[in-house]
Design a protein around this ligand. Sequence first.
Ligand code: PEP
Ligand code: MG
Length: 362
Amino acid sequence: MLLDGNDGWLIVDPTPKTLAQYVEIESKRAKVTAKLKELRETTSTTRDGRHIVLSANIELPGDVDAVEANGAEGVGLYRTEFLYLNRPSLPTEDEQYEIYRKVAERVRPDPLIIRTFDLGGDKLAPGTVDIADELNPFLGWRAIRFCLENIDIFKTQLRAILRASSVGNVKVMFPMISGLDELRRAIAVLDECKVELSSSKIDIAERLEIGAMIEIPSAAICASVLAPEVDFLSIGTNDLIQYALAVDRVNEKIAHLYEPTHPAVLRLLKMIADAAHDHNLWVGVCGEMAGDIALIPLLLGLGMDELSTAAILVPRVKRAVQSLTIPECRELVEETFKLDTASEILARCLELADKRYGDLLS
Ligand code: PEP
Ligand code: MG
């Protein structure tokens, strides 16, 4: 049997001809991968000299090895839910501090962006926190909503993050922000933790940068309202697409409707990027879109300053960035805004991607 994970084929009893085709594909890929390894020490700069920060998403502390190995500039999204999953008790402040500290030390001077707990939705922690069954878990008691109602859990994590900020280039970001009140409440809890730690003479960084994850359409539409309150915006396209298109991201039956290049998604991304730049903030993408090399021209043209993706994809994204110029990406975005369907927009993106780094697409 032949399993083609790229195109989703399981081929039973392949003919010699099919086998030969796959041997050829494999050897081509091996060559591309070997060349990508050479990029490790290079920077992710476009052909016309624009540096795009290329960072990695991690989940388990052990993932940090891959950050360095793949030449990423730090961690753009540290998903911390693992601390709650598959265990019988809640993680203490000291335990969290030790974990964050070790990762921060490993990636410094590059940044480590820690996302506060995003429990609920598809990330459940039975046994430790009690999120009862909900009719619509993705629209329910999740992430920042859960944390703001469970202040002890939230503060324990924030205190651990603040303590780790004294040893590395740590930043914090809040998931599932839907509007300004929620963001302000989260920042107020963070401020409270700062005061408590300082009055106990516990070291924290002088300044901890704060980001809002933009992954709910209301936050995208109000990005200009949120921007003045934070230091950066990080777009969670996995959720943003699901909420904008009303397509459950884990429901296979409607997977064909989950379209990152939907014109509505493009417009939301533009609103967010423009709002960030109007307020002199940097803006990044940490959802799966940032690792899809066909879509890199689109993201650069929209003005993204940072891309954060699975470490293993970093070399490919770097090659894509190094092959493009910002003016051609902007031109692409202008053209895509005149197109009406996701498939037309995707086709246009693929055209440019193919011209610049076609070997990566095959
Ligand atoms: C996202 O929603 O794009 C994201 C990065 O967060 P997660 O996939 O963990 O929900
Ligand atoms: Mg998300």
